[in-house]
Write a protein that binds this ligand. Structure first.
Ligand SMILES: [Zn+2]
Ligand SMILES: [Zn+2]
Ligand SMILES: [Zn+2]
Length: 360
């Protein structure tokens, strides 16, 4: 029993509509059939004057501590940033670390690299000496001359000049070069990439020349995506997620807290104007930890205890007696990490309304 405390069985959770305690594995089914939730949804539709909007039901849990979990709902039109801000407020925030979502092989960062490319063929955004006012904000609707962008790909340019690499099929290249909106291109390129499974490039089933061509096609598409795709947190959920999709979130790239997420369902819902964008449908019951010395319920854990010899949970008295640096026990997968105290937790953070960061 060297590490008796930190491993905790996955707990049940409470449905926020009927207040029943339900096993983690049964909660998705319960939320589908919960009578109180049905009633709440009907009431919401009856009292709203706004048209319905698409809502995503998302399950989030600690990747390495699945005893912490929540079922959430929010409009699919909300940006990743809303979900990030919510997760920080309820589970993560200690000292403003960076964070990112990883969705289908693409990373959406709280501090993405600046997009550096040309819009409408005129100004080189981000180049020295350029007038800042010339910068044009890119949106999904921005029309881009992809032909020009292809010609600017240094790798592509080099290969063409030196007659290296396989020739792209003319029709394929014409399709890639077509001027179009960023949204259209991203959808096209992602489909095209999906059609080239990575494994195909290295399997014996594909002749080497064909594999080489596929590799070159993949590289060009990936390079173009890197130039135009918005990889900030200001991307609407519905642009990058769909029902059934799994994704992940990382907070703090040093002592990282990893979360796993999945879009469980969608529905047409009505948001009340005063509502927070994120609704908690259900949440785990806080796990109970016992003091490793005396066995009483613990209120503190050794800070960064997972890595230390003195790991584990303690009651106040035993922690004081042993002179251990501790952090409070909190209902969060970041318990005991960095300076996390849970002060920004949902219950204590009425000020969090999802709009706060826009103004003031
Ligand atoms: Zn219920
Ligand atoms: Zn920190
Ligand atoms: Zn104790």
């Amino acid at each position: 029993m060297a590490r008796p405390v930190i491993k905790v069985p996955v707990s049940g959770g409470i449905c926020n509509f009927c207040q029943s305690t339900i096993d983690k594995g049964q909660m998705t089914r319960h939320l589908k059939s919960c009578k109180e939730r049905k009633r709440a949804i009907e009431k919401e539709a009856a009292t709203s004057s706004e048209p319905g909007v698409k809502m995503f039901h998302i399950l989030v849990e600690g990747q390495y501590s699945p005893q912490y979990w929540m079922h959430l709902e929010l409009p699919a039109s909300e940006e990743l940033d809303t979900l990030d801000a919510f997760l920080r407020a309820i589970w993560l925030e200690c000292c403003g670390h960076l964070s990112a979502f990883r969705i289908g092989g693409t990373s959406y960062d709280s501090e993405p690299e600046e997009l550096m490319f040309v819009v409408e063929g005129e100004e080189e955004v981000g180049e020295e000496g350029e007038d800042d006012e010339e910068q044009q904000e890119l949106t999904g609707e921005t029309i881009v001359d992809f032909g020009k962008l292809v010609d600017e790909d240094p790798v592509f340019q080099f290969k063409r000049e030196h007659a290296l690499g396989p020739q792209f099929p003319a029709e394929w290249l014409a399709e890639v070069r077509k001027p179009r909106s960023i949204d259209e291109f991203v959808a096209f390129a992602k489909d095209a990439l999906k059609a080239i499974p990575k494994g195909a490039l290295y399997s014996n089933k594909v002749p080497p020349e064909e594999a080489h061509l596929l590799y070159e096609q993949r590289s060009l598409l990936e390079w173009l995506l890197l130039q135009v795709e918005d990889r900030s947190l200001y991307v609407p959920l519905q642009r990058v997620l769909k029902v059934g999709q799994r994704f992940s979130h990382e907070y703090d790239f040093g002592s990282t807290t990893y979360l796993s997420l999945k879009v469980m369902a969608e529905r047409e819902g009505h948001i009340q104007e005063e509502d927070d964008p994120v609704t908690i449908l259900a949440r785990n019951v806080p796990p109970i930890y016992l003091c490793r010395v005396c066995g009483k319920p613990a209120t503190e854990v050794a800070s960064n205890g997972y890595y230390d010899e003195e790991d584990g949970a303690y009651c106040k008295e035993c922690a004081r007696e042993k002179h251990i640096d501790t952090l409070p026990v909190v209902n969060s997968p970041r318990m005991g990490v960095c300076g996390y105290t849970g002060d920004a937790e949902w219950e204590g953070a009425e000020e969090w309304d999802g709009e706060e960061e826009d103004e003031d």
